[in-house]
Design a protein around this ligand. Sequence first.
Ligand code: ATP
Length: 301
Amino acid sequence: MQMLKVEHVTKYYDKILAVDDLSFTVNDGEIFGLLGVNGAGKTTTFRMIIGLLDMTHGSITLNGQKINYDITNQIGFLTEERSLLTKLTVKEQVCYYGVLKGMKEKDILVKLDYWLKRFHIEQYKNRKIKELSKGNQQKIQFITAIINEPKLLILDEPFTGLDPINVEQFMEVIREFKEKGSSIIFSSHRMEHIEQFCEKLVILVKGQSVLEGNLSLIKKEYRKKNIHVIGDVDKKLLEKIDGVIKIEENANEMIIKISDETVIEKVFDVVKKGSNIQKFIVEEPTLNEIFLSKVGETYEG
Ligand code: ATP
């Protein structure tokens, strides 16, 4: 089922074009990644989705319905500017937002205890938010976004400032929401976060989509591959193979970039003649490589 539908959305701030004819859909149970450098238009897109900002052209619907106050109960949102009410206690903050989303205080408190325990921060329940570390504040922000078990969860740069253990913890929770059928859309400027995690994505450059679709299809269609080899192999022989684009040497490993999978066997024939071979692995290109080849400029993510 189609959940969120963004169609030909354009946004101008006066004369500044922030989002340019952007279209994508996010289905139930999908994790969708919105990727782009600073200023690419991610936050603007999110603000339009939740109705905080009017679009100049286009349409955004959730299950066929325009997004308005009536359906915000189904949405959870983690903003980039981290809108915590820092003088409140953790409990007060989460209750405040939960009630705004139509929940009963009793239910909020049960869920709050569960999430605080899950994130190992039960001891902060009655502490003021401003007394918490940045990472813990982010956890509270995240709990606030998910307390109503939203059908659509929008996360603007959720991993910024988190250590790897907490990134993994957030990812685990997000995957659980996916399993329960929620649609999740999140932004990042880090390719590897998107790569680990999303089946669908859009890459924005100056408000425009430059790469869009299903991640595994994107990788399949981009026919180039990388072969990683460890061992004593004649590099000159490899370079002579038709279809070998480039060979990079990285510590004791060779990365042979090939034009398509028909070249694998030819490379293998040369590698076989070498000695002390410890590794021969064919890998899909990284999202970063595909992106760079599309855009042809350095991505400062
Ligand atoms: P970041 O990763 O830095 O948050 P972003 O991808 O979220 O960036 P946006 O904040 O959506 O990007 O900004 C997109 C463009 O719109 C930028 O050129 C920005 O300068 C411009 N912009 C954003 N908000 C406004 C505003 N209120 N008034 C005028 N221009 C704006």
